[in-house]
Every structure is written in structure tokens, then in C-alpha cells.
Design a protein around this ligand. Sequence first.
Ligand code: MRU
Length: 379
Amino acid sequence: MQILDIAPVKYEEDKMLILDQTQLPGETVYLEMNTKEDVRDAIYKLKVRGAPAIGVAAGYGLYICARDISAKDYNDFYRQFMDIKNYIASSRPTAVNLFWALNRLEVRVREFENHTIGDQSVQDHKNGKDLQENTENRHLWKNTQIMIKTAILEEAENIRIEDEDACRAMGEYGLTLLRPGMGILTHCNAGTIATAKYGTCLAPLYIGHEKGYGFKVFADETRPLLQGARLTAWELNNAGIDTTLICDNMASIVMKNGWVDAVVVGCDRMAANGDGANKIGTSGLAILAHEYGIPFYMFVPTSTIDMNTKNGDDIHIELRDGDEIYKLWYEKPMAPEGIKTYNPAFDVTAAKYITAVVTEKGILYPPYEESIRKLFEQR
Ligand code: MRU
């Protein structure tokens, strides 16, 4: 598959590296992550972004911090681990993959919760047990600590590998919904740099391109952080896919002109009823697509489905600094200093506007409450 071989997150030679997406498309720069502050800042500032890539970054990020923990026993380890976990979790609230990945690592740590050897050795020492036994216990705890850290890294690797496989599978399923020569509109960036590899909704475009489908893609610029212009247009252009950049407010005219046969988007959190939060502007596109009779496909790995969220109203929508709207991209501020702003990073597309949900386990159709429930029951 002709695709940019550029990972958003790398872990190699004991180093965690993040592709700084704020510098794209101009510069391809990898930043080394060394502290929990580095990791939180990279996620908060969208140096790494896109729900699955945030999950991968959270996994490795928590590992590189946890590997420096030196604890006297399991409880001490767990407390320090949870401090780091909660700190990284405070970076962004909407994409569920962040919490999902961090929780997976916590589960691995908790597998060791009966290993209270460290505690025991302190207790035994107080009770006057012999020195040799205490030294052995301390040695055992040291080994257990190494085992916990190995398990954390293993889980971080699993998250990355599973996401790559999921994206590939979504690409294959998604392609069955598309036909050669189709005009396709996409919003934000749900491509290879938003995931471990391939992307979610861009994966079928890469696979189709390889098969000579000749798609004509319209990429919304995606205000205010321009993920469509800076990232999607860059990715697709590099892959040689016919791509036309449009401003967000041009979607209606390209649909009316008959140039769009399908809309494909990613997702940051899908509720149990099929309502899906994605980049701000997505819900408007879905309503437009409905009006023009164009199928609207949301690509959602099961890691992005949150069965604990009943419907879209329960999804926490991130609010960001107003400077992103009127200052960030301009030489001079494009609105009066101090103007009131409202800058939600996501909106929720109601399930009724989603023609199909593409997951790595197959394609779901309405009623989503039922199809999602069945999918999770199978698992
Ligand atoms: O604010 P971002 O850039 O992290 O938002 C990303 C999106 O909304 C993507 O569409 C979504 O995460 C799916 S990525 C495969």
C-alpha cells in the first residue's frame, strides 16, 4: 500500500519519540519524550493527536515515566503509577482512547497486587526476622518491579500493534462501501498520523488507491487547527491521491454540485447508542449529507466505542483557548483583542445521521444501540 511510512509515535532503543504534528506540513520533526510533563504537553498541544494515536502515545508515555519508579513495595509502586496516569489523563477529555489505553496499563499493574513482598520485608524486619530472609524478600520485590515494568511496556506495544491491525481491517471493510471514481469528502485528519498506521477513514482510500480506484477526495481545511489542510492534504498528496482542499463552509456547494458520493470521517468517542463525537464541524457535514442524500460513514475502532457513555449528551466536549480561532494562524490578530470566543474542539453527530459505522470487526448499521451491543457481546 502506498502510504507515508511515518509513525506518529515511535518507541525505539528505549526512547519514546513523537512526530510533532504542529510543525507539519513544513517540517518533519520528532521530539523525545522524557517526563510526564513532556507527554501531557504533547497531547494537550496536539503535537500528537487523533484518538488512536493519543491512545498509543498515552501507553508509551505512561511506560517511560513508570519505568523510572523506584518503590519500596507494590502499594508504593501503584500509588506513584496512578499519580502519573492521572496526570497524563488530564491532557484532553474527549477522545476515549486516552483513558482506554491508560486503563489497560493499569490492569496490567494490578495483576501484581498480591505481590506485597516489599511490605512484608519491612514488617518482618520490625518483627526481628533474620537478615537473610529480608534480603531475599527485597530481592524478590526488585524482580517483581522489573516484571511490572515489562508488563506495562508489553501492553503499550499491544495497543500500538492492535491499532495497526484494526486500521488495516477497517480499510478493507470500508472499501466495500466505496466504488471506483467516487468523490469523497473527509473532515479533520483520520489518517496514518492519527493512528498507529493506515488511519481509520483514510485507510480505505489508501487501499483503493493501490487498486487503481481513482478517488477524488475533498479535504475540509478543518478550522481552527487546520488538521485537514495541514495533515490530510499532506498525507493524501504524498500518496498520490487526487485531493482538493476546501474551506469548511464550502462543503455544501461541492455536495450540491454532485461531486461528493460519500463522506468519511473518524471518531473520538462513540456512545453506546451510536452518537459519535468527532472534530468540530462533523455534525454539520452529516446533516448536509443527509439533506443531499449522500451516505455518511463513521470509522470507529472498537477502542473508540465507550459503552459507559449512554448517548452523545454524556460526552465531555473539550473547550480550547480562543486564541486558536483569531490569532494562531495569522501574522496579526484577525479579530479585536479580547473578543469573546467559543472554541469547542468536537461536536456530536447524532446516530440517525450515520449511514454505517465501520469497525475492525465489521460494518454496523442502525439501530446502533443493538448492533453495538451485539458487537460487544461477541467480544
Ligand atoms: O483534535 P484532534 O486533531 O485530536 O481531533 C482528531 C479527530 O477529530 C479525528 O477525526 C479523530 O480523532 C479520529 S482519528 C483516527
